[in-house]
Design a protein around this ligand. Structure first.
Ligand SMILES: [Zn+2]
Length: 242
């Protein structure tokens, strides 16, 4: 069975399924490891609990999503730092900027900058939610950690050029393959810069990683098993072991 590493899943947001049943479901679908991201500040404690209960399968990511930037009050930065210290393998995210849903750009940018600072301070990869963020990103190229992952990459050529120029990474889910240019984007993306995700329970389902892998395998003209192994090993190397 092909083993998968889902680099973006919201394990805290599944409804009507117990933690154990959810972990069983991951296993049944070949998902050996996953990065459980946070969106709300209130997710941090739940994500920490999952990482504590399932230390092999769940790698935690702590962050504040741009949609919820208004949760950044009081000691939020200290709290976030405490989780990062408690889980040395944890990542930061998801964070970023979403021009389609922006309500208070100054606040959202401040929240993003804080998480960017923490990424350098604690030497952690950043999991980025960037939507229509070209203008926003203009200020940040060359200032992001190399290990910045553009989650749910949606296929803009110019953006990909910048991402690759600065040695960053993209992560794709099932939705990516609806884009007309999915093939050309993946042809231009070195395998070492590509991760697979579901963004479950939102953009796709746990079961969809196989579909994503088969699509990538076809474009890269490789056998799915072999490609799956390469991507898994590379994901571990880049996001976990280094
Ligand atoms: Zn997400």
């Amino acid at each position: 069975m092909i083993k998968f590493f889902d680099t973006h899943i919201h394990l805290t947001d599944f409804e009507g399924i117990s933690k154990n049943a959810l972990m069983e479901k991951l296993k049944r679908n070949g998902v050996e490891k996953c990065i459980c991201v946070s969106a709300h500040r209130s997710d941090w404690e739940k994500v920490a609990g999952l990482a504590h209960d399932f230390p092999f399968e769940v790698i935690p990511a702590f962050g504040l999503h741009p949609w919820y930037a208004d949760e950044s009050n009081g000691r939020w930065k200290d709290e976030l730092s405490e989780y990062l210290k408690e889980f040395p393998e944890s990542l930061i995210g998801e964070c970023g900027f979403d021009a389609l849903k922006s309500r208070d750009k100054d606040l959202e940018e401040e929240v993003f900058k804080t998480q960017l600072e923490l990424a350098f301070e604690y030497n952690r990869p950043l999991l980025l939610h960037m939507v229509k963020a070209d203008l926003f990103l203009e200020h940040y190229w060359g200032r992001l950690p190399e290990k910045s992952v553009f989650h749910s990459f949606s296929g803009q050529d110019e953006l990909l050029k910048k991402i690759l120029k600065f040695e960053h990474y993209i992560s794709v889910n099932k939705c990516f393959f609806k884009k007309k240019n999915a093939q050309s984007i993946l042809e231009k993306t070195p395998l070492e810069k590509l991760f697979l995700e579901t963004d479950a329970p939102y953009q796709s389902n746990i079961e969809d990683l196989g579909y994503v892998l088969r699509q990538v395998a076809e474009i890269k003209d490789e056998k799915a098993e072999k490609l799956g192994e390469k991507i898994y090993v590379n994901t571990m190397r880049v996001l976990i072991d280094d």
